[in-house]
Design a protein around this ligand. Structure first.
Ligand code: ATP
Length: 515
């Protein structure tokens, strides 16, 4: 199935099974804003708990924070967001559609890569098992030409962005004859900068009100509270502050479902280290964060690290953890070495010292910061798209399955009486009541057992427990495993251990190294 079709099916599946709905759908929705349904909110909460506990439970020196969305307007002057949080936008004069010029160019570069990959695939089919991909990449002139074109384009893009040269950006679009996907023409406007922050007024009267912003990232709430946390928690450097919260960006082009939305949640951790130690900690955090992703059990080949050529104004090193979405490899998480930029700027703008006295060195300094920043919604999409499968079970019989990592699954087990009589519903109700304080359970007695299994497969429930007549005599049930569809007869008393071993967050957290 084409990747695009899979993606469409995934979006439809999310709606049908209560994961994600378009916001205000009865009014035809609101651009790039989504609501999470009954299963979506549970998956989201589980992702957040996995992150939060991996930060705060596994590290003595990382503590949490919940800062407000509204912040003093000077915060965003100091952070550079008022002056530099811009995207270069370009309009097509025929379709009147608006695009990010850098994204148009990046997508064009990705097409060269796709062409090279196609050549490689063709050759693989032709040469069979004797195919040497590395040699073919080096020696095939067509592949080499595509890769050279891609690299050249990306390097010119990087130069133009670094120099903030909007005319050069437009020229790249023109020179490469990049057309609007809607009108198919190359009739472009100039490139303009567009600030992504949402602004609103605070205060009741026009004279007394002032312009404030909805935060575009949660990080600044951590920076301005750095000394509050350090002093009240008697924290010693190195230490970290973790926060989960909403962020808002007026994205120019919001496509690809919940990948890029205007209201989203971030999970950010700022790690404060001595000057000169930033790069070392950057590498350590990059490894640790990759392990966090890999522990979920998806194919390691679906992840890659992408080091930035163009660094944000605050960073001296940056890497993205990218995941292979149905629409290609894209950033899920960013790890940045932010130097002392933020704390220094807040010191300048507030006039308050943002320094730490280091007892081991006997000096005061502005700490440097390593940041890990991941979007909850993007991680949600990553998990869902990696889990979605259509499996042929028998001739003419396909099942749709969300093979979610069990620890993240919104419903851990479904309890299903085989028939709606003979005391089986009562027995199943008893089991549900016994387990539901520890694990989210579904009780379901409607339709045939086969249909009920399929319903749970589509939700992603890892275990179905079926109560039959033998259950009344022996106190046993059959447990059916979602991924293998295998069934096993087990004592009811063993259920908590089985679920714990395979589906508890603890099991997942145990796989993780800490610093
Ligand atoms: P992109 O290049 O995709 O716009 P970014 O580099 O601007 O992302 P950061 O500012 O580093 O992103 O934000 C950290 C994380 O927050 C990203 O890795 C992503 O997971 C998430 N994020 C950022 N913008 C959005 C958005 N509009 N919608 C959903 N998640 C987002």
């Amino acid at each position: 199935m084409a990747q695009e079709d899979t993606f469409k099916k995934l979006v439809a599946h999310c709606k049908e099974y209560g994961y994600v709905f378009p916001s205000s759908e009865i009014y035809d929705g609101l651009g790039a804003v989504y609501d999470y349904g009954q299963h979506g909110v549970e998956l989201k909460n589980n992702i957040k708990r996995y992150w939060w506990e991996s930060m705060t439970l596994l590290h003595d020196n990382i503590v949490g924070l919940d800062s407000a969305i509204f912040m003093h307007p000077s915060t965003w002057k100091a952070s550079g967001h008022v002056d530099a949080f811009n995207d270069p936008l370009i309009d097509n004069k025929d379709s009147k559609k608006r695009y990010r010029a850098d994204v148009l160019i990046e997508e064009h570069a990705a097409k060269y890569e796709e062409k090279a990959e196609k050549e490689i695939e063709k050759a693989r089919e032709r040469f069979g098992e004797h195919f040497d991909e590395a040699l073919f990449r080096q020696t095939n002139p067509r592949v080499a030409a595509y890769i050279e074109k891609r690299d050249d384009l990306l390097s010119r893009l990087s130069d133009a962005l670094n120099a903030n040269d909007l005319a050069a950006l437009r020229q790249l679009v023109i020179d490469n004859q990049i057309v609007c996907p809607v009108s198919g023409t190359c009739n472009w406007t100039e490139v303009r900068q567009f600030n992504l922050m949402f602004a609103t007024e605070m205060g009741s009267t026009a004279e007394g009100s002032s312009k404030i912003y909805l935060r575009p990232e949660t990080a600044q709430g951590i920076f301005v509270n750095f000394l509050n946390v350090q002093k009240s928690g008697r924290m010693k450097i190195p230490f970290g502050i973790a926060q989960i919260g909403k962020a808002f960006r007026n994205e120019i082009v919001a496509r690809q479902f919940i990948f890029r939305v205007r209201e989203f949640e971030q999970m950010e951790m700022q790690y404060f280290v001595p000057p000169g130690a930033g790069i070392e900690w950057f590498h350590r955090w990059r490894d640790l964060r990759l392990q966090w992703h890999l522990a979920l059990g998806f194919a390691p080949s679906a992840y890659r690290l992408h080091d930035h050529d163009k660094l944000a104004h605050y960073a001296d090193a940056a890497t993205d953890i990218e995941f292979r979405f149905p629409f290609g490899f894209k950033e899920v998480e960013g790890i940045h070495s932010r130097t002392d930029f933020d704390l220094r700027r807040h010191q300048e703008f507030s006039g308050k010292k943002m320094q730490y006295f280091d007892p081991s060195l006997g000096v005061s300094y502005i700490p440097h910061v390593v940041e890990t920043s991941i979007g909850v919604d993007r991680m949600f999409l990553q998990v869902i798209s990696a889990s979605y499968r259509e499996e042929v079970v028998a001739a003419g019989d396909t099942r749709v399955l969300l093979a979610l990592p069990p620890a993240l699954a919104p419903v851990k087990l479904a309890v299903l009486p085989l028939v709606k009589k003979d005391g089986l519903p009562e027995k199943a109700g008893e089991i549900t009541r016994r387990l539901r304080l520890d694990y989210p359970c579904h009780y379901d007695e409607k339709d045939s057992i086969g249909k009920r299994y399929r319903r749970q497969d589509a939700i992603g429930t890892p275990f179905c427990v079926t109560v039959d007549h033998l259950s009344l005599q022996e106190n046993t049930v059959t447990i059916r495993y979602r991924d293998t569809m295998q069934q096993e007869r087990v004592a009811i008393d063993r259920l908590p251990d089985i679920i714990d071993e395979k589906a508890s967050l603890k099991t997942l957290l145990r796989l993780l190294p800490s610093l």
